[in-house]
Design a protein around this ligand. Structure first.
Ligand code: RP5
Length: 164
């Protein structure tokens, strides 16, 4: 496998609070990754270069987070056939609904797999990337199954306040 199968990119360092949750999951599963700021509207040439090189570099998935008029995931997807997993970052004025709509409403033909707004979406995008890689990696698949089993046990152990 390529030494770096997953790229995590975001439109601004201000997205890191959200996107770090994707990186944490990749670290937890021992999946090699890179994390970079690649702004669609402030670094359009860099964004195109990143997308154009992605397949040849062996990236298997690109997790892209952005907020507001969040065109980064869609524009990356327009320039590569490497699967793009989009994470809507919560924006100040519209709470990330703008980001979500910008990412999820891709016209037919150029898909972006879109996740929930905020940290849950970032973590789930990384878990999805892990699941993609696990298809050809039995050890990773076992790790993912163990992760799910832990969640199941944690939920079974949940208690409610007495007398409810
Ligand atoms: C987008 O604009 C970024 O993805 C970020 O969510 C938003 C605000 O960026 P900053 O003004 O904080 O750099 O491009």
């Amino acid at each position: 496998m390529n030494p770096i199968p997953v790229g995590v990119v975001m439109g601004s360092s201000s997205d890191w609070d959200t996107m770090q949750h994707a990186v944490q999951i990749l670290q937890q599963f021992g999946v090699a990754h890179e994390a970079r700021v690649v702004s669609a509207h402030r670094m359009p040439d860099d964004m195109f270069a990143y997308a154009e090189a992605a397949a040849a570099r062996g990236l298997k998935a690109i997790i892209a987070g952005a907020g507001g008029a969040a065109h980064l995931p869609g524009m990356l997807a327009a320039k590569t056939v490497v699967p793009v997993l989009g994470v809507p970052v919560a924006s100040k004025h519209l709470s990330g609904v703008d980001s979500l709509h910008s990412i999820v409403q891709m016209p037919k033909g150029v898909p972006v797999a879109t996740f929930a707004i905020g940290p849950a979406g970032a973590a789930n995008a990384a878990l999805f990337a892990v699941a993609m890689l696990a298809g050809e990696d039995p050890v990773l698949r076992q790790q993912l199954q163990a992760f799910r089993a832990e969640q199941t046990e944690a939920a079974r152990a949940m208690t409610l306040p007495p007398n409810t």
